[in-house]
Design a protein around this ligand. Structure first.
Ligand code: CUA
Length: 132
């Protein structure tokens, strides 16, 4: 019972994040609208890593992440893109989308305390500059 209530809350949060990200008038939004491919990644969170730990896209791509936990509660946050989702134990998938409008290398962090290795549970998002 507890479990499904938590699940519902998490999905709603995830949808909210998707809405927030989509509604955000990112500078490169125009670039993304016409030409950008959608890039889909399945990410597994576990103590204490993300797999894949490195996500590579091109500037302007629409990035769709579907994240699942293989063990306990985790989170996935990419501060530069205002992405932050809870990834609940139990394996339920959480989806988040954003437009990779800025080029660079951005840290991916676990945003929910998950044990002694929480702080070193990291990854990176690499956004390659798109030639104009
Ligand atoms: Cu995984 Cu904190």
């Amino acid at each position: 019972m507890e479990e499904s209530a938590l699940g519902k809350k998490v999905s709603r949060d995830a949808l909210l994040w998707v809405a927030v990200v989509w509604l955000a008038p990112a500078g490169a939004g125009d670039l993304a609208a016409d030409t950008a491919p959608s890039r889909h990644f399945e990410v597994t969170a576990s103590r204490y890593k993300f797999e894949p730990s490195r996500i590579e896209v091109a500037q302007g791509d629409v990035v769709d992440l579907v994240v699942r936990s293989a063990d306990t509660d985790h989170g996935l946050a990419i501060e530069a893109y205002q992405v932050k989702v809870k990834v609940p134990k139990g394996g339920q998938s959480v989806a988040v989308s954003f437009v990779a409008s800025r080029a660079g290398t951005f840290p991916i962090k676990c945003s929910e305390y998950c044990g002694s290795g929480h702080k070193r549970m990291t990854g990176e998002l690499v956004v390659a500059e798109r030639a104009q």
